[in-house]
Design a protein around this ligand. Structure first.
Ligand code: SAM
Length: 320
């Protein structure tokens, strides 16, 4: 069965009036850093993944105060800058020119410039360019500072309803079926939720391959996160694959989150207590907590605290 979110928390793309046309009091009061130039160095600046209001005040400070913004597509970043009344010069830095651009950026950084690196959306370096620039800046002793913000991977995981205590971000899987299935087979036994970026065109085929290689696990397809047509669809991989095979490739951008092997819905407190009570008949309190934590996917500390409470309650009953 597939569950679909209602749109209760759907944020519109750019709801009318939600984004200031130019810097105004809504985006100004960010403290001393707004007034003074940032320290020289490389700044890794996360930008919104859809809703332009998902930008931090600190990101605006740096984007406004930098000498140069290195960005994937200057047209995309220009829209963000324009929305906040910023006019910082931009230079393109993407997969096709990065090797050529890097030495020039590093020379400017070494000479004391403040360079902000952004991608089209989300956190730079996460399935986006920037890794080598950061690596070489670090090697050259240039200060590197991250300004955290949205990343589709974590936004999808947080709404997925799937276990969040351990997860593996796989980025984009290989396009071709053979290499894709080999990657999936390598991590099939890993006890962690999996996060995959996927193109809508390949969504149905990928979900079907995941069901075949990983088993028919629970999964979530998070589409157009933070945008007007945000959609969260949950269900077993096979049913999700069938849905998209029938409905056709969806529009927009998607993230797939897949449950760990054997993950079941979190048990109720009463179910957890019953499992613990049974385990504590034959195991020490500590071992019983580890066992039930592994069995249920609940955090070990929480299960241990529960076991302690059960054991104390048992002792009290015996005393009275
Ligand atoms: N660096 C970005 C980040 O931190 O999320 C990811 C860049 S990667 C080139 C683009 C992929 O991220 C898309 O194909 C999609 O899988 C995912 N993505 C980005 N924005 C999204 C959104 N609003 N909703 C769903 N998926 C999104």
């Amino acid at each position: 069965m597939i569950h679909q979110n209602s749109s209760q928390s759907v944020a519109p793309d750019n709801p009318p009036g939600s984004v200031p046309a130019k810097a105004d009091s809504a985006v100004e009061p960010t403290g001393a850093s707004r007034q003074s130039k940032p320290e020289p160095g490389l700044y890794i600046v996360a930008t919104p993944i859809g809703n332009l209001r998902d930008i931090t005040l600190r990101a605006l400070d740096i984007l406004g105060g930098a000498d140069l913004i290195a960005c994937e597509d200057t047209r995309v970043t220009a829209r963000l800058l324009q929305a906040y009344g910023l006019e910082t010069p931009m230079t393109p830095y993407h997969d096709h020119n990065a090797a050529r651009q890097r030495p020039a950026l590093l020379r400017r950084l070494a000479a004391g410039a403040r360079v902000a690196l952004v991608s089209d959306a989300g956190t730079p370096l996460i399935a986006d360019p920037g890794y080598r620039l950061v690596q070489e800046a670090v090697q050259a002793g240039i200060p590197v500072t991250a300004l955290p913000g949205a990343s589709a991977a974590l936004v999808a995981l947080s709404v997925s309803g799937l276990p969040t205590d351990r997860f593996l971000f796989l980025g984009f899987l290989p396009n071709r079926a053979g290499p894709r299935d080999r990657v999936l087979a390598e991590i099939a036994d890993l006890r962690a939720s999996l996060i995959v970026y996927e193109s809508p065109r390949r969504l149905s085929a990928s979900l079907a391959a995941m069901a075949a290689v990983l088993g028919d696990r629970e999964a979530t397809v998070a589409r157009e996160l933070t945008k007007r047509f945000e959609e969260i669809r949950r269900g077993p991989l096979g049913a999700l694959a069938a849905h998209y095979a029938e409905a056709g490739a969806p529009r927009g951008e998607v993230v797939i989150v897949i449950a760990p092997p054997g993950a079941k819905a979190a048990p109720s407190e009463a179910e957890c207590d019953a499992l613990l009570a049974a385990a504590m008949q034959t195991h020490s309190l500590r071992d019983a907590a580890s066992l039930i934590s592994a069995q249920t996917g609940l955090p070990r500390r929480a299960v241990y605290d529960r076991a302690l409470r059960l054991s104390r309650a048992g002792a009290d009953t015996q005393e009275t």
